[in-house]
Write a protein that binds this ligand. Structure first.
Ligand code: SF4
Length: 362
């Protein structure tokens, strides 16, 4: 997309692009899974909640005929439905299994891990504190795993008047996308209040959240301003903004390049750019183009990411049938390998593009 440039006086001298930024393994898997749904089944395919919290991604799927719903009641009987990467309540899964023809759960495995922790603690009669954000899909799905034993606490308001039945039996878990500084503060307070606190060995914050925040923390020492690409309802995107803010570097969230305001760049010689885990790289490229730094942009790398999550098991069955077709010679692929063999090498944006929808602005 061609963007009107910034006025020459606002062009930064340099831009540092955080690495890693953008899509994580869970988002990668969920997007490719929904692309497969759209290819395999008669339209429309339904998706319970936004597949990932990014406006561009959701609108791209809508253009390809995917219908997003906030209630399983909106899914016509027998239609195929996908459940989002954030994880769904057991009641939602039950309702979907009852109503839909095919149900594929695209929950991220790292969210599933927390569901297991919560269920185990509840089975041992712990009072569970879950640090997360009220109303966020992931928090809603996790709270529903142990409704009688779990209390949501928000980092902004702390533990408030919470009193456990037994202070020696308290567990503390977290939404995957919290700010690390917020988690550490809550964990320290809980450790002071509840002896024998049970919590995840390495915290519940996922690798993608942690790595993107590490990069932002390191960049704050080098940048006058940080721009974070991502949508308003993306929890990990907002945590990146707060991570920079708390260290005193101004940071702003933008959906895409046209959200950059001239006044933010006043006096900003070095600008850091990053993106939340659900933001496509094409939007980051737009931002770099619009900033058009005088001395160009440079990668600011803190670590490499190799994580890969395979397609959901229920979907692999359908895609595997295509592989079988390849092996039987029903489709032409000389090496006899099928789509599952190639999944790791397919980028989510290439997969989305294969739906042949225009991925630009309206
Ligand atoms: S941000 Fe973390 S928990 Fe969420 S989908 Fe990505 S890898 Fe999974």
């Amino acid at each position: 997309m061609s963007q009107p440039g910034l006025s020459p006086s606002r062009r930064p001298t340099r831009v540092l692009l955080a690495e890693p930024n953008g899509f994580c393994a869970g988002v990668d898997m969920a997007i490719k899974a929904l692309v497969w749904m759209a290819k395999i089944f008669e339209p429309p395919v339904y998706c319970y909640h936004e597949i990932v919290h990014n406006r561009f991604v959701v609108e791209s799927f809508e253009k390809a005929g995917v219908v997003f719903v906030d209630s399983i009641d909106e899914v016509p009987e027998g239609a195929p439905v996908m459940l989002s990467a954030h994880g769904s309540a057991p009641e939602v899964l039950d309702a979907a299994n009852h109503r839909a023809g095919v149900v594929i759960d695209a929950v991220c495995p790292l969210v599933t891990k927390i569901h297991h922790e919560v269920k185990r603690a509840a089975a041992k009669d712990f009072d569970i504190l879950f640090v997360g954000h009220h109303g966020h899909d992931e928090a809603v799905g996790t709270l529903a795993r142990a409704p009688g034993s779990i209390t949501l606490v928000e980092p902004e308001t702390g533990f408030g008047s919470f009193v456990p039945r037994n202070p020696e039996k308290v567990a503390l878990f977290a939404q995957t996308t919290l700010g690390l500084h917020e988690w550490k503060a809550m964990e320290a307070e809980a450790n002071g209040r509840f002896p024998n606190l049970v919590t995840a060995r390495k915290s519940d914050l996922c690798y993608a959240t942690t790595n993107r925040q590490d990069a932002v923390r390191a960049m704050t020492g080098e940048c006058d301003l940080i721009l974070v690409v991502g949508s308003v309802n993306s929890s990990n995107t907002n945590a990146l903004v707060r991570t920079a803010d708390v260290l005193g570097t101004p940071a702003y969230r933008i959906d895409r390049a046209d959200g950059i305001r001239d006044e933010w760049l006043e006096g900003a010689e070095v600008v850091g750019v990053t993106a939340g885990a659900s933001a496509p790289d094409v939007l980051v490229q737009e931002v770099l183009e619009r900033l058009d730094p005088v001395e160009g942009w440079h990668l600011f790398s803190v670590t490499d990411e190799e994580e890969y999550f395979p397609l959901p098991p229920g979907l692999r069955k359908f895609v595997g049938a295509l592989t079988h077709g390849v092996q039987l010679g029903l489709t032409a692929r000389p090496d006899g390998r099928g789509p599952l063999d190639y999944d790791r090498n397919v980028t989510p944006m290439a997969a989305l593009g294969s739906l042949r929808v225009y991925l630009g602005p309206d």
